[in-house]
Design a protein around this ligand. Structure first.
Ligand code: HEC
Ligand code: HEC
Length: 347
């Protein structure tokens, strides 16, 4: 009986650690955020509202501190800056509501791929579309120098990026990529806004998106998605992939060096990565990494690629783990039988 009690105590403590303490520590180190939402309109509006609430809470705290010490200049400044922050966050919500309302109108239109093919000339000033024979106007080195980043080829764009996101990106790149704080009128974003050729702007955007969708291939491997969406900024040295943008140009453009992603899956886990790719600002408020706008399917493929490179032994580990548990269950049983046999005279 004594052994059984010890076993129960052990199990209880293990469960407390595993179900209670471990997830709690995790949630403290990486605060919980809402799960990845591939309805980007909802995602952006929800997060903007969360940020407004946070800014208002910070303002309230600053005002309470000032009330207790009304002549303190620092506290006065803190209140002013907190008020300013609330205003910025409120403007941001408005900007997202406006952007996504228009993107919704565009998505409701039926795009004409043939007219889109002609309108696409507005994009070939910077982008290549190799699958249709449009070579990029610049090589990687010149593009790094001119824009700070290699302008991506759009052959896969119509498949891997969310349709509504593409519309939003074309009419307002900085807001769609969630970089409107970093890129302003004084520091303009290198991808220019599309103003149209004078016909109905929304219809023209719908046509361009329809064109990109009509030329995109069906079966795209996870590595190809990664190359289209991430490789202009990130290395994956374990797979001998190196960012196409020159390092020094990229540092100047982004303000920080994008990390090598070889073992990011082990450092952060799949759920974090999916969440981060979905909306980098939610995990790292103010980060320079743009929202990439991949569909759910292609986000998962990208994470799958990083898992395959950084954690290729995961399947093996799981199998061995199960084998070990079965082994210990048998061992425990035989050990118990053996003990009974040896001690039976004494009981
Ligand atoms: C003046 C140059 C320029 C023009 C014109 C331009 N782009 Fe871009 N585009 C860029 C650059 C630079 C980037 C990469 C930005 C980055 O990664 O920070 C980019 C990125 C993109 C991306 C990838 C976005 C993502 O989520 O990663 C897509 C898709 C795209 N452009 C589509 C278009 C379309 C469609 C047009 C035409 C309506 C167009 N672009 C016109 C420069 C341009
Ligand atoms: C235009 C450049 C650019 C593109 C494209 C880009 N990233 Fe990043 N990424 C960055 C930068 C810059 C950082 C560093 C951010 C920081 O420190 O705030 C970063 C950071 C990261 C991180 C680290 C996050 C953390 O918690 O430390 C991950 C993971 C990541 N990127 C994944 C991706 C994936 C996957 C893609 C493609 C789907 C991608 N990135 C596309 C620029 C980019």
């Amino acid at each position: 009986m004594k052994e059984l009690k010890i076993l129960i105590v052990l199990i209880v403590f293990t469960l407390i650690t595993y179900i209670g303490i471990e997830p709690f520590a995790h949630s403290q180190m990486s605060p919980h955020v809402a799960p990845a939402n591939f309805n980007y309109e909802q995602e952006d509006i929800d997060l903007a509202k969360v940020r407004i609430e946070e800014a208002k809470a910070a303002l309230q705290k600053a005002e309470i501190a000032l009330a207790a010490n009304a002549t303190n200049e620092n506290l006065k400044n803190a209140v002013e800056s907190a008020k300013n922050d609330v205003q910025i966050r409120e403007n941001d919500l408005e900007a997202y509501q406006e952007l996504w309302a228009q993107a919704g109108e565009i998505a409701a239109l039926k795009g004409n791929a043939e007219s889109g093919a002609e309108l696409f000339m507005a994009c070939t000033a910077c982008h290549g579309l190799k699958s249709q024979g449009f070579e990029p106007p610049f090589d990687d080195a010149s593009s790094s120098e001119a824009y700070g980043v290699v302008v991506p080829d759009l052959s896969l764009a119509g498949a891997v990026y969310d349709k509504k996101f593409l519309s939003a990106l074309i009419i307002n790149p900085t807001q769609a990529l969630k970089l409107s704080k970093k890129f302003t009128d004084e520091n303009p974003f290198p991808m220019t806004q599309f103003f149209g050729f004078g016909e109905d702007l929304n219809q023209e955007v719908a046509d361009i998106v329809a064109y990109l969708q009509s030329v995109a291939p069906q079966n795209i491997s996870s590595k190809e998605v990664f190359e289209t969406a991430c490789l202009r900024c990130h290395d994956v040295r374990y797979d001998a992939l190196y960012a196409t943008t020159e390092k020094s140009a990229l540092k100047g453009y982004m303000g920080s060096n994008p990390p090598d992603l070889s073992i990011m899956i082990r450092a952060r886990g799949a759920e974090y990565l999916e969440n981060f790719i979905n909306d980098p600002q939610k995990k790292l408020d103010g980060t320079a990494m743009p929202r990439v706008g991949l569909t759910e399917e292609y986000t998962q493929k990208t994470v799958g690629y990083l898992e395959q490179i950084g954690d290729s032994k995961k399947g093996e580990r799981t199998t061995i783990g199960i084998g070990m548990i079965v082994f210990f269950v048998f061992m425990a049983f035989f050990a118990y039988m053996w003990k009974r046999e040896v001690w039976k005279e004494l009981h």
